[in-house]
Ligand binder design. Structure first.
Ligand code: C2E
Ligand code: CA
Ligand code: CA
Ligand code: CA
Length: 274
């Protein structure tokens, strides 16, 4: 009996140690990655559904890790959120956006979208970071913060939301409809934009249940006067359906994949006029 218990407890100890070591090595990797510029900010254009004009970009983080190669944000963002490492990454994105502002049209009608974690809203931390990184830059392009329902959005402080609105920053609920209590967020966040998740876009014309959900999200946003962005638009049929149903802005591989910031001016210039 005794040796078995001993072996078991040693095993548990080893597993706990492994888990801790793993966590430490992840935060080590992130910090090292930031210090050695392994991260890069890409951007994906957003288009006016009617005239195909580019009305903004979403900034998307990429990690080229020399030890593991390209790591998808689907992998490292949730880990970074769990381990309180998301704020430094967001600051990096803001800093890069500011350093590359001249890549974007200098227009109040062109917005720059940045993904943020709800945890970054605690104690108004995001406000401090925007005051430090974004506002001193004299960017005239409006900033839009995209909040994912992955996090517990109802915890978001009303005062922070009001302060952001006063600063002229708009809020989007990302992946709308995929979380557990989407409808509650309409109240807590008073969002300016709902982003229709790509799973709903993909359902158009193929999946009856989910394309009904798409229709209902569209109707809901229209009734509440909230702008809509559909992401993951891959086919002309999806684009046409969304346009015909009054979705204002489209984003997806049909128009452009995410690209390095430096490539954006050439992409914009190379588009044939409507
Ligand atoms: P998201 O915010 O929903 O971003 C949209 C994702 O859809 C991006 O994936 C984009 O590359 C992808 N996408 C765009 N068009 C299409 C399309 O037509 N078809 C398909 N199948 N996919 C399309 P990406 O860049 O891999 O990012 C994944 C997620 O990681 C993002 O989802 C976002 O939640 C998170 N993320 C990325 N960058 C950041 C960041 O800087 N901060 C935070 N907090 N999260 C980020
Ligand atoms: Ca997003
Ligand atoms: Ca999304
Ligand atoms: Ca997503």
């Amino acid at each position: 009996q005794f040796p078995l218990a001993l072996i078991l407890s040693m095993l548990i100890g080893y597993i706990t140690w492994l888990a801790t070591a793993n966590r430490m090595s992840f935060s080590w990797e992130i910090n090292l990655g930031l210090a050695s510029r392994e991260f890069e900010v890409f951007c994906q254009p957003l288009l006016n559904a009617r005239n195909q004009q580019c009305v903004g970009v979403e900034l998307l983080l990429r990690w080229n890790n020399p030890r593991q190669g390209w790591i998808s944000p689907e992998v490292f963002i949730p880990l970074a959120e769990q381990q309180n490492l998301i704020a430094p990454l967001t600051r990096f994105v803001l800093d890069e956006a500011v350093r590359h502002l001249d890549m974007f049209p200098k227009s109040r009608d062109f917005h720059i979208g940045v993904n943020v974690a709800a945890s970054h809203f605690h104690n108004g931390e995001i406000i401090g970071d925007l005051k430090r990184y974004w506002f001193p830059s004299n960017a005239i392009q409006p900033l839009m913060l995209e909040l994912t329902e992955r996090d517990a959005l109802p915890d978001v402080d009303h005062r922070v939301v009001r302060a952001l609105h006063r600063l002229g920053v708009s809020l989007a609920i990302d992946d709308f409809g995929t979380g557990q209590s989407s409808l509650a967020y309409l109240e807590t966040l008073s969002p300016d934009v709902l982003k229709i998740d790509k799973s709903f876009t993909a359902a158009i014309g193929t999946d009856a249940v989910n394309s009904t959900v798409t229709d209902i999200i569209i109707a809901l946003a229209q009734r509440l006067g909230i702008d809509l962005v559909a992401e993951g638009v891959e086919t002309p049929e999806q684009a046409e359906y969304l346009r015909n149903h009054g979705v204002d802005i489209l984003q997806g591989y049909l128009f452009a994949r995410p690209m390095p910031l430096k490539e954006f001016p050439r992409w914009l210039e190379g588009r044939s006029p409507p």
